[in-house]
Structure formats: C-alpha cells, structure tokens
Design a protein around this ligand. Structure first.
Ligand SMILES: [Zn+2]
Length: 421
C-alpha cells in the first residue's frame, strides 16, 4: 500500500478541528472556553472529566486536543479517530480527508462517516418568578448585615437619605439567615439568578463561605429545578439598562462597589453601575446586551485587575469599551492597598473628606473620560422623590393591591429619621 505523502497528512491535520471530529460521535456541552462530554474511553457517568479544548485555542495552550482527566486518554483529531474508531493512522487520515474534502489517495476507505447526531434539545433558560424577588426584598435593613454596614458608612445627609432608594433600584434583598441577596435580573427585566453572600460587620465578605445561589437553596431547588434549565447570570444591575437608556455603563467587580458608587453619585440618568461578580467573571457574552444597545462601557477593575480586564477589552474589540484608569491614577493612595477597588477609595475619601486631584491632560487625551464624573465633584443634587416602580416590574404587577401595600410597608420601614442617626 503506497504511503500517504507527508504533505497530504499535514494538510489534513491542519484542517481537522477537534470539536467537529469529537462532535461527530458524542454530545458536547460548552463549559467556558472548553467543551465537555461523557468520556467514551472509560465507564464514565459524569459529564466534566472529558475536556475538549477547541481549535480556536492556541496550540501552546493545548488547543485542538481532547483529554480525559480520569483515564488520561488524550490527543488530537487523528488520535481520537484511531482510538475511538480503532482506525489505523492512514485510515484516520483518510477519514478526516473525506470529512474535510481534502483528497488523500485512491485507497477506498472501508468506513463511512456517521450521520450527524441529532443535537439534544436545548434546555429552557431558567426564569425565576418575580414573586421571589419581592419576598427577598421584604427581608432587609438591619436583618441583613451587609445593608446594616452600608447604612453606617460616612455618607453625607443626601447620600444617606437616598440609600434605601438605591438599594431599591438594585432590588437588593435579604435571606432569612442574614445573607444579602444580589439579584441578577436581565436587560429585559427577567430575574435569572440571585447570589447569596454573607458579609462581616466590617463590610468584608465572609471568605470562609462560598456564595450561594438561590436555585440551590432548600425549597427553591425543588421549585426552580436548576438541573432541568440552562442558567444564565446577567451582570448585576442589568435591569437598569431599560430604565436608563442613555446612561454610560460602568462595570465594576463587586456588587457592593456598584451599589456604593451608584449611591455616591446618584446620577442614574447619565451613569449606571453594573457588577460582574469578580475579576474572572467578566465574560464576553454577558457584555453582549450592552454591545447590542451600542452602550459606552467603562471597565473599572480593582487595583490588581487592570491587565486581566484590558485583555477582555482587547478580545471584545468593541470601540466603545475602555478600561477606566483615571480614577485610580489620581485618587489611589498607598494606604488603600494593592487590592483596593474604587469603593474602598471612595469610602476612605468620604471619611477624610478628600477630593480627587484633577488630571486635565488625561481627560483631554481620552475624550470620553469626561463623561465620567470625578469622585467628589460637586453634583447638583435634585430632591429625590420616592419612585414607586420597582425597576423591572410590569404594569399588571404594579396594580396588584397587595403589592402596593407591601411597598407602603417597606417605605415606612426604611424611612430614615435623621434625628435617630
Ligand atoms: Zn476517560
């Protein structure tokens, strides 16, 4: 049998994409940048051990390969065909040549590619009833350590007076065990997820506990059935996009930071603050709704997160997205520490009464940075009127008399009395 010329082998190998080849024989599920499936090489019951690194990932980072972390079968498209279909090396090349329309030789292949497998029906996306949001918002105030801490920050009078409304805007709720509930409601106003976090009295997150998710809590799990749904996690505060269609979108890491900055400025019409939940959670797909709306996006990473977010920004390739560094460049001090986020600096400045230095040359070089007000700027404060709408609710629910009563109760409960402060 004549040998297949080396250059033909090379051409076929260059064309073969592991995700297509493996995908011809088994179902793969997207998991971040990778794909996973049930390993075909051992008695696997758990989807997650068998990882496919798609061909879009560079070779140096094991792109275009598969690997099972239990039985350690691994390799590229050719190895997969040899192992999975028990083909010889030349037959694997012939099979791939046929798949990718690359002529190999005249030797007939005694194997025909399988018919494409029917893809499993996509799972419905989890949609959490709005009544859940309401119920968590009934628990608040001093029962939730985070809100208690937030109320006792050194706000000025106006900031303090509007704090409850800011929490209202973000639909911040509480859980019966004192954890705070950060709702992730999408840009269409549909609640998709809620993160439950425990805070310490000093305003730091209790790092001994992982954040919980509402659909995994007892009682909720049975009703929401997270296993039967695809779960999406919109940016925290996404529901504000609809309400403030012209606002610049500032994205920070933590929900806490978003709330503090929003309450500091209270200029929702021109700027809203969203949070992705952490350095590593700024995902391209969660930014898609912002891009679709043509929003100007400013990324405000923590002090130690600039490079990582610059990389995300570069990958995004969206002209109206920038990493905003002006604030750190002008306001950060050594005492804020190397892991400081903008809210840490804001709180320190509230305490000391510091105002940021202006750096006009920077504002001039980056024209759009002018759109972001420097912290401590004298903002014209308009009287804040209590707004009856919960940001994401539709009209039917607004007319529900029980809801009106509930809203009235909340309003009374949170009406700050300055003499008591
Ligand atoms: Zn395996």
């Amino acid at each position: 049998m004549p040998k297949i010329p080396d250059e033909v082998v090379k051409r076929v190998i260059d064309l073969a994409k592991i995700e297509d080849v493996v995908g011809d024989f088994m179902n793969l599920r997207k998991a971040g940048v990778n794909l996973t499936g049930i390993c075909p090489f051992h008695d696997d019951k758990h989807d997650g051990n068998f990882i496919v690194r798609p061909s879009s990932i560079p070779e140096a980072r094991h792109g275009n390969t598969y690997r099972c972390f239990v039985c350690d079968h691994k390799g590229g498209p050719v190895q997969f065909m040899m192992e999975h279909q028990r083909l010889s090396f030349p037959d694997a090349i012939r099979w791939l040549g046929k798949k990718y329309n690359e002529p190999v030789d005249d030797i007939p292949l005694n194997y025909t590619p399988p018919p494409p497998r029917p893809k499993p029906a996509p799972l419905p996306v989890l949609e959490i009833p709005r009544s859940y949001v309401r119920r968590t918002m009934e628990i608040g105030g001093d029962q939730t350590l985070f809100i208690y801490w937030l109320k006792h920050l050194p706000w000025d009078d106006e900031q303090r007076a509007r704090l409850q409304q800011t929490l209202w805007q973000y639909c911040v709720g509480g859980w019966k065990d004192g954890r705070v509930v950060f709702w992730q409601i999408d840009h269409n106003g549909i609640p998709r997820a809620a993160k439950l976090m425990r805070y310490l009295p000093d305003g730091h997150r209790d790092k001994t506990q992982h954040p919980g998710w509402i659909y995994n809590q007892d009682g909720c799990r049975q009703q929401l059935e997270p296993d039967k749904h695809e779960i999406i996690k919109p940016l925290f505060g996404s529901h504000l996009l609809k309400r403030y269609p012209k606002a610049v979108v500032n994205i920070v890491e933590s929900e806490k930071t978003a709330i503090i900055m929003a309450n500091y400025y209270d200029n929702f019409d021109s700027q809203i603050w969203l949070a992705c939940g952490g350095l590593k959670f700024l995902q391209l797909d969660s930014l898609q709704p912002l891009i679709d709306q043509g929003r100007t996006i400013w990324l405000w990473p923590d002090k130690d997160g600039r490079e990582a977010w610059q990389t995300v920004c570069d990958k995004l390739g969206y002209d109206h997205c920038r990493v905003y560094t002006h604030f750190f460049d002008t306001c950060w001090r050594e005492e804020d520490g190397d892991k400081a986020d903008v809210a840490d600096i804001a709180i320190r400045m509230m305490k000391t009464g510091d105002k940021p230095r202006q750096a006009p040359e920077q504002a001039a070089t980056a024209k759009s940075q002018e759109a972001v007000l420097p912290l401590g700027a004298n903002l014209p404060l308009e009287p804040v009127e209590w707004n009856n709408d919960v940001p994401f609710m539709d009209l039917d629910e607004m007319n529900d008399p029980r809801l009106r009563l509930w809203r009235e109760t909340l309003r009374q409960r949170y009406n700050f009395n300055k003499s008591k402060q």
